[in-house]
Design a protein around this ligand. Structure first.
Ligand code: GNR
Ligand code: NI
Length: 174
């Protein structure tokens, strides 16, 4: 049995969520352990994706699992991901983020993307994704660049949600 450790998820307005993550130089045991911990943290939340910066690690790595409840788990690990193509066609999804708990809004993004990445064994892949997987890949890749889904909303909505969480952080004493 693999040893996995659930980590704490960082919430806005923590500035760590605005940092640009650094490429991973080698897919070694430390990175494999990090990916396992991220999957554990994501499943426990529960969420369908998690970027390394959400647990305070500024590396270009995210995990996701968009399998349906009745299907078996399908964990995916994306290291140094790069979008190589985006469709002109757009689609709208109601998005949420574990770093912005219990806040959901519709976001429009390219409906399909091609993404190149390394898996947890260091093997290179290029896949074409659509539907929820495409949305999730773009949401997670944004995290690695310090971008959040609320950045796509109106300033009014973004300011409102930032204010709410800033107030909350002060109350909790963070
Ligand atoms: O759990 C999550 N659900 C979700 C729903 C729609 C679009 C994106 C996501 S990702 C989110 C987990 C998360 O915050 N990943 O960064
Ligand atoms: Ni998120």
């Amino acid at each position: 049995m693999k040893r996995m450790t659930k980590r704490d998820i960082i919430i806005i307005p923590d500035p760590v969520l605005r940092k640009v993550c650094e490429p991973i130089v080698s897919v070694d045991d430390e990175i494999k352990r990090l990916a396992d911990d991220m999957l554990e943290t994501m499943y426990a939340a529960p969420g369908i994706g998690l970027a390394a910066s959400q647990i305070g690690v500024l590396k270009r790595l995210f995990v996701l699992d968009v399998s349906k409840e009745e299907e078996s788990e399908a964990p995916m690990v994306f290291i140094n991901p790069q979008i190589t193509w985006s469709s002109d066609e757009l689609s709208v999804y109601q998005e949420g983020c574990l770093s912005i708990p219990e806040y959901y809004e519709e976001v429009e993004r390219p409906a399909a993307v091609k993404v190149q990445y390394l898996d947890q064994t260091g093997k290179e892949h290029e896949i074409e994704a659509d539907g929820l997987l495409a949305t999730c890949i773009q949401h997670e890749l944004d995290h690695l660049n310090g971008k959040l889904f609320i950045d796509y909303l109106s300033k009014l909505k973004r300011d409102r949600v930032m204010k709410k969480f800033t107030k909350q952080a002060k109350l909790v004493g963070k």
